[in-house]
Every structure is written in structure tokens, then in C-alpha cells.
Design a protein. Sequence first.
Length: 245
Amino acid sequence: MVGLADAVIWHDVECGGYDADLALWQEVADACDGPVAELGCGTGRVALDLAARGHSVTALDSDASLIAALEERARIQGCAVEALVADARSFRLPHRDFGLFIAPMQVVQLMGGPERRSAMLACVRSHLRGGGVFAAALADPFEGVPAEDAGPPLPDLREQDGWVFSSTPVAVRSEAGGTAIDRLRQAVSPNGELDESMTSIVLDRLEADELEREATAAGFRPRARRTVPATGDYVGSVVVVLEAV
């Protein structure tokens, strides 16, 4: 099983169980006029939830295997989601009258620095109607704790078809311009065979004030920020809310 759809499996392990932000995205979507688009949708954790609640949703991700998984889940669940393979920094959609774009789970911190983040903001702005909203979640894995004092969070676990998957953050460290999270991924087969590998993700170091300044230059006006509280397994987030002007 491992190796056939690794991106889908590990996305589900590391992100699929998170639901602390769903109520916020539902509230933001309910308050906006027009269709909704999600950047970095993965396998559809948020997109499918919003579609099931009656929203018209377009979901974007650069990984084709994640988009394929989302499309299959939407079909099974009977949800209408337009799922597209696209880069958040360069997408071009036929529709340019969206009422809301969302970027959950620190997607905007995966852009690769200010220049690429500015390209993302320009793409979003060009697809939003006037008065439309872009809401983006930011998080600091250290949550104000010095890197040398921060302990890694608990492992993420998932069972599927007799396999047991575990993704353990073994280190959270500062890198130039960002924060790197190193994970040990382990998969145990139904026969007890172990497969393991290491992976790293680097989040841009980005404060809400900085994102709001960049967004203002791209044609947005900051609104009141929102927050997603921390849970026992996940750090909290501040959600920057930007209005297209």
C-alpha cells in the first residue's frame, strides 16, 4: 500500500484529523456573497465540509494525487466541488467573481518567501470581486517559545486497511527565514512489517502585520483578525482577513 499513493496517505495522517478550524471557515463562508475557493485544499478536509453545507466550492492544489483523491471523495459523498491542479502563485481560473478565498493550515507560509507570496496575493486579488474576502491562517510552531526550549508535538496516527500509519514531529528548528519541522513517518503493514522515512516541511516566518502590509500593496484592506484556538494536538492560528478593494 505504501508507495502507491504516499501523498494522499500522509496528507490524511498529518492533516485529515484536524477539525478545530472548520467552524470558523463555515462562519466566514456563510458571511460572504459568492462562490468560495480554497488554496492548498489537499484531499478536501475543508472544501468537502463547505460543499456539504451548500457552498459553491473550487478547490486548488498543486499535487495531482491529492486532487484525484478529493474528486473521488466528492463523488462518494455526493458533493459538488470543482477540483483543479494549480499552483497558488500562478493560477488562472475562468471565473473571476469569487466572494471568498481561504487558505487554511498555514498554506500561505508555504509560498517560499515574500516575492512568491506577493504573486499568490496578486492571483487571489485578480479572482475576487470587489468587497470579496481572502482569509488566511498563520501559525508559529514555537508559539513564542524559543526554539531551544520547544518540544515537538505528539505524533499523528491513522489506521487504514489493516495498516497503521504514524507521523512523529521529531524536531522543530529555526531556519533562515523560516521554521523547519522534521517528521519521522512510519507505516506498519498488517503483517507487522515496518517502513519508515524522514521528511521536512519549512514554513515561512510570517507575522500577521507583515502579511497585511503585503496584502495592502496588492489591493486589499485588512479587516479584524480571527483566531483558531490551540488543541491538545495542534498549535493555534491567527486568521488574517483581507477585503478586496
